[in-house]
Design a protein around this ligand. Sequence first.
Ligand code: GAR
Length: 221
Amino acid sequence: MALPPSLPPSSGRPARLVVLVSGSGTNLQALIDRIGAEGEAFGAEIVAVGADRTGIEGLERAERAGLPTFVCRVRDHETREGWDRALAEATAAHEPDLVVSAGFMKIVGKEFLARYGGRFVNTHPALLPSFPGAHGVRDALEYGARVTGCTVHFVDDGVDTGPIIAQGVVEVRDEDHADHEAGGNALHERIKEVERRLLVDVVGRLARHGYRIEGRKVTIQ
Ligand code: GAR
């Protein structure tokens, strides 16, 4: 799928962000906190938070921050395409410059990508192209990788295959295996510390400076 090649640098006004979440929303919170601390200097503002389910901490964080929210559940639509169209329309209602998938655990479809290809950023808890999919942390650990981390990338029509913007590395510790077997998520928590900083940094730089996507190469201008 061809991604639009560029977004111009911000023209004085903050870039409009729609953030999509499915869970605890700590990446969303990191964005809210940085924007709260830096104000317009950050270069972007969150105009809405969308989710694919109700009853999640991510939506509560948005509400506490006074942000508009919307929920688009697959089960409320007859077809996956219908859900995808509804998600695209609910997102479009907020006229975003960039859409950020911050722990949004759904693969979007054709309609959403037609509108937001090249403007849709995802964060993934592994060093892509290794360990794509819904279990990136577990899969890296079970494979025996000694380093893993996180990847912020543009979304294309594959699963975690789009052009990479930035990555952060996290060492796997011997004790992570026992922790995982006991049902813990210490490794994911260490990844998320790196991930939150990386995502906020990347979103701010994309918004302030603009970017170009040429093939697989992303240049922040
Ligand atoms: C993050 O680690 C993100 O990379 C991951 O979900 C977590 C969400 O945390 N996403 C995926 O695994 C997508 N394949 P948060 O809700 O606390 O921001």
